[in-house]
Design a protein around this ligand. Structure first.
Ligand SMILES: N[C@@H](CCC(=O)N[C@@H](CS)C(=O)NCC(=O)O)C(=O)O
Length: 196
């Protein structure tokens, strides 16, 4: 399996975490974001969105971090990381979707605006307010549960972690979310978890 990761990319970090947790065999291809390799004709054949991450395995190409997590979890992680029963699968999917909506368009875009001066959707305040919806939901859940989706870690953890961790860089403080802070510490202690 070949994985295409960005030089500086929280979405690529999601996939790096899972690959490491599952010790999934893979070859890394680094896409040079500074020189816009992700928008090159060659890479657009792999991901027509011009974004990382993506992966290629046995002639199949998968793009989008959530889809890559699903692929790797199903292929290498068995039931633990992505269950197949109707309720378990739906509960994990809720968090994958939250990662792709409020977390991405709120927390990620607020941070990108502050750090890179690139405003993708709306103002800083709008991004922060949208991102805080996700933080409030995660905080409520984690007040009486150790993990986001189920009673064990699943791919909801690598999907949500990277842009929650960097929320302060988008001027969204995490101090009002003590259960999330404890959850981040639990994640970092999982065998095989990797840092940014
Ligand atoms: N929804 C996509 C978002 C991917 C994404 O935004 N990737 C960033 C790097 S973290 C990227 O490639 N950005 C390139 C660009 O926006 O031009 C996913 O989850 O994979």
């Amino acid at each position: 399996m070949k994985v295409y990761l960005g030089t500086v990319s929280g979405n690529s970090y999601k996939l790096r975490i899972l690959l490491s947790l599952l010790k999934a065999p893979h070859e890394v291809v680094i896409i040079d974001m500074k020189n816009k390799q992700h928008k090159s004709a060659g890479f657009l054949k792999i991901n027509p969105r011009g974004e990382v991450p993506a992966l290629e395995d046995g002639g199949k190409v998968i793009w989008d971090s959530a889809a890559c997590l699903v692929y790797v979890a199903r292929k290498y992680g068995g039931e633990q990381w992505l269950p197949t029963d109707a309720a378990g699968l739906a509960e994990v999917t809720q968090w994958l979707v939250l990662a792709a909506t409020e977390i991405q368009c709120g927390l990620q875009y607020a941070r990108r605006g502050v750090v890179q001066g690139r405003w993708t959707l709306g103002t800083l305040e709008e991004g922060q307010a949208f991102g805080r919806i996700a933080l409030n939901i995660a905080e409520q859940r984690l007040k009486n549960h150790d993990w986001l989706a189920l009673d064990r870690p699943t791919i909801a953890e690598p999907a949500c972690f990277p842009y929650i961790e960097t929320a302060p860089e988008g001027k969204v403080a995490l101090e009002p979310y003590p259960a999330i802070i404890k959850w981040m510490e639990r994640c970092k202690k999982l065998p095989g978890w990797v840092g940014r």
